[in-house]
Ligand binder design. Structure first.
Ligand SMILES: [Zn+2]
Length: 64
């Protein structure tokens, strides 16, 4: 399993909505152009930490 892909954390400065996009596994949603919660844009984009990426993976695992 490749580990080169770096997840990105999209955060809404208006309402605090956050979304992590991993290059592999988020093909359907892709990169959000605006907040999916309140519609604010632009979103702040920063590299997601390893902890956040691991947490996202854990949450996805629990949902499946
Ligand atoms: Zn928002």
């Amino acid at each position: 399993m490749p580990v080169a892909a770096r997840p990105l954390l999209y955060q809404c400065p208006a309402c605090g909505w956050r979304h992590i996009v991993t290059p592999i596994g988020d093909v359907l949603l892709g990169e959000p152009a605006a907040c999916l919660h309140c519609g604010h844009h632009p979103l702040s984009i920063q590299p997601a930490s390893l902890f956040q990426a691991a947490l996202k993976r854990l949450l996805e695992f629990r949902q499946s």
